[in-house]
Design a protein around this ligand. Structure first.
Ligand code: ZZB
Length: 267
């Protein structure tokens, strides 16, 4: 599975992680959350970024004064793909990865980050999502509620129950901009599908899986960009151009997940 790994730079840590990080990395170091996405053309609409509250994340050193937050499994895959770790320090096992510290996703909630291409240039927040899988991608998921039914359903739930989730309501209350026009679902595909399939919460997993399939195929085969550099053009024609320009600007890199979700039986 070939993903686009996007670099979302930390602007301000949550209080918990601010304490942990103190003295462990350089004051002027750059740290990035690195979600893996299959839809680079939707990055204009990022409103937040999700982590699994119970999933363990590591802060790994990539190079001088540059760090990433991903699962250990993802860092290990990245090491094999040679994107980050220099060949002389190539780790022989997961224990040799340049780990600074590990913490559960819940500690990172409320961290403010910069999401490349997002219209929310003021920054977006790290928020919790129970549905994040530790066994796929990087364990970090960037959120585009206009075009991802899972993201929309989760965000509505977070807004409704902000106190229960221990977040500030405004963290989950960013404007949702239309990005892609489709013949069947209009220009807000995910909210439309969530309504049509009567999805009430992130727990409606079967309808959400169906909505995701419908959103993927409609967006890809029939979608037309209504924002950005390629406004007016079909998604099919511009998806790769947007991906390549994110690679060229250094805001993203290609990331393959050789065995996402599949458990190795060879040991
Ligand atoms: C932004 C985005 C915008 C996404 C969209 C989808 C959509 P797949 O097909 O199952 O591989 N994702 C990535 N990693 C994880 C994870 N560890 N746990 C849960 N979800 C994850 O799904 C790949 C997509 O699932 C990725 O692309 C990511 O969300 C999420 F408008 O990134 B996407 C109709 C979907 N639309």
């Amino acid at each position: 599975q070939e993903y686009t790994a996007l670099k979302l730079q930390v602007k301000e840590w949550s209080p918990k992680v601010a304490d942990i990080v103190k003295g462990k990395i350089e004051d002027d170091a750059k740290v990035y959350f690195v979600p893996a996405t299959l839809r680079p053309e939707t990055m204009y609409g990022q409103t937040n970024c999700f982590v699994g509250p119970k999933i363990k994340y590591g802060l790994f050193k990539l190079k001088e004064k540059e760090y990433i937050v991903v699962t250990k499994r993802a860092a290990w895959n990245m090491a094999f793909q040679g994107h980050f770790f220099s060949s002389e320090s190539f780790p022989k096992s997961q224990d040799e990865l340049p780990l600074v510290f590990e913490a559960p996703g819940s500690d990172f909630i409320g961290t403010l980050i910069h999401a490349p291409l997002s219209f929310h240039t003021e920054g977006v927040y790290i928020l919790p999502m129970e549905g994040v899988s530790a066994a796929k991608g990087t364990g970090v998921v960037t959120s585009v509620p206009s075009d991802s039914p899972d993201d929309y359903a989760t965000l509505m739930d977070l807004q409704k129950k902000a106190d229960f989730y221990g977040i500030k309501k405004e963290w989950a209350d960013k404007e949702i901009f239309p990005l892609i026009e489709t013949p069947t679902y209009g220009n807000l595909t995910a909210p439309t599908l969530v309504k049509q399939l009567k999805i009430n919460s992130p727990k409606d997993v079967n309808q959400l899986a169906q909505a995701k399939e419908l959103a993927y195929s409609e967006g890809f085969y029939k979608g037309k960009m209504i924002v950005g550099e390629y406004k007016g053009q079909p998604v099919q024609e511009v998806k790769d151009k947007i991906r390549q320009s994110l690679y060229a600007s250094g805001d993203a890199f290609p990331f393959a997940d050789p065995m996402g979700k599949v458990v190795s039986r060879s040991g």
